[in-house]
Design a protein around this ligand. Structure first.
Ligand SMILES: Nc1ncnc2c1ncn2[C@@H]1O[C@H](COP(=O)(O)OP(=O)(O)OP(=O)(O)O)[C@@H](O)[C@H]1O
Ligand SMILES: O=P(O)(O)OC[C@H]1O[C@H](OP(=O)(O)OP(=O)(O)O)[C@H](O)[C@@H]1O
Ligand SMILES: [Mg+2]
Length: 279
């Protein structure tokens, strides 16, 4: 039975569970459920703190899991990234009181608060900066006001939390993070079905199916706009001066593509959402 680690709470938990359900797995019915068996798919789900998932997967007791790239690197585990999952995007940044720091070299000898001690220690070592790390569990933005640190290194998404705390980012982006599927080389092959299904979910979330009719003499121009994955389907119509085209298009570009196709003479353009996909 495949053993899968899923975040039990936090920013990644809802979307991770939704994606697994879209991939045909049972998911959990109650947020207090910590273990769930899905006998139909022969898998067992363990709902764990996102921060602990790399430890479990890296040790080999669980086969595959969903966590954040930042948490994976912070854990310094044997697990590695299988693929990004297109949600839970954030950056990991330095921040300090507005106007105080302009460059990371100014952190030499200073106290920097973070919940990502492993990740930050490695970064400081690689960049030759000797700073004191102050390890906190969360709400790191308050550490400066409360006097336990001079600067912070934390997850930034909209920047709203930093702004409200009177802080601003400085220095380079330490890490671009996103939700990732992680495993170990020994376990990844056993998870091939799960990985393939989740890849299908990503495609179904990102693409839509577009159908349209186009005059035969303009079909080449039209398929250049909708090249699809492999190659668009072109079907004959009863009126031989027209053909029907079917192709996958990125969801975010649907309206711009319809404008362009209409300009080329396409008609009866329709877009259908994908329920599921397997590439
Ligand atoms: N505001 C955010 N926007 C996007 N991703 C975020 C945000 N906050 C955290 N994350 C990402 O979500 C993952 C888990 O963080 P999360 O905040 O859920 O865990 P935590 O800080 O350990 O727990 P909690 O905040 O519930 O105490 C990390 O990979 C992190 O980068
Ligand atoms: O840039 P923003 O959109 O404001 O998001 C960033 C904030 O979100 C996370 O906080 P979370 O709610 O997870 O609390 P925590 O700090 O206690 O982990 C993160 O630690 C930042 O504080
Ligand atoms: Mg958090």
């Amino acid at each position: 039975m495949l053993r899968i680690a899923v975040p039990n709470k936090g920013m990644l938990s809802v979307t991770a569970d939704e994606m697994l359900q879209e991939a045909g797995y049972r998911g959990r019915h109650d947020s207090r459920e910590l273990v769930a068996i899905d006998p139909r798919n022969n898998v067992e789900f363990f709902y764990l703190r996102p921060r602990d998932i790399a430890t479990y997967v890296g040790s080999g007791v669980l086969d595959i899991g969903v966590t954040g790239r930042d948490l994976l690197l912070d854990a310094e585990s044997e697990a590695t990234e299988v693929r990004a999952l297109d949600f839970g995007d954030s950056t990991f940044r330095f921040a300090g009181p507005a106007g105080q720091f302009t460059d990371v070299s100014q952190l030499q000898g200073k106290r920097v608060a973070t919940s990502y001690e492993g990740l930050l220690r490695t970064w400081f070592d690689e960049h030759g900066i000797d700073a004191t790390l102050v390890k906190l569990d969360g709400a790191v933005e308050s550490a400066i006001r409360l006097g336990v640190a001079d600067a912070v290194a934390d997850v930034v998404s909209t920047g709203g939390t930093l702004r409200k705390a009177g802080l601003e980012v400085f220095g380079p982006v330490i890490l671009e993070s996103t939700a990732v599927l992680i495993s170990t080389p020994e376990k990844v092959d056993a998870a091939a079905t799960l990985i393939g299904r989740l890849e299908g979910v990503l495609v179904a979330r990102k693409y839509a199916l577009m159908d349209y009719d186009i005059p035969t003499d303009r079909v080449e121009q039209a398929v250049a706009v909708t090249p699809g994955f492999q190659s668009p389907t072109i079907s004959p119509l009863r009126d031989t001066e027209w053909v029907a085209v079917r192709s996958m298009v990125p969801v975010g570009d649907v309206n711009a593509i319809m404008d362009e196709l209409h300009g080329l003479g396409a008609r009866a353009i329709i877009v259908t959402a994908l329920q599921a996909a397997r590439m």
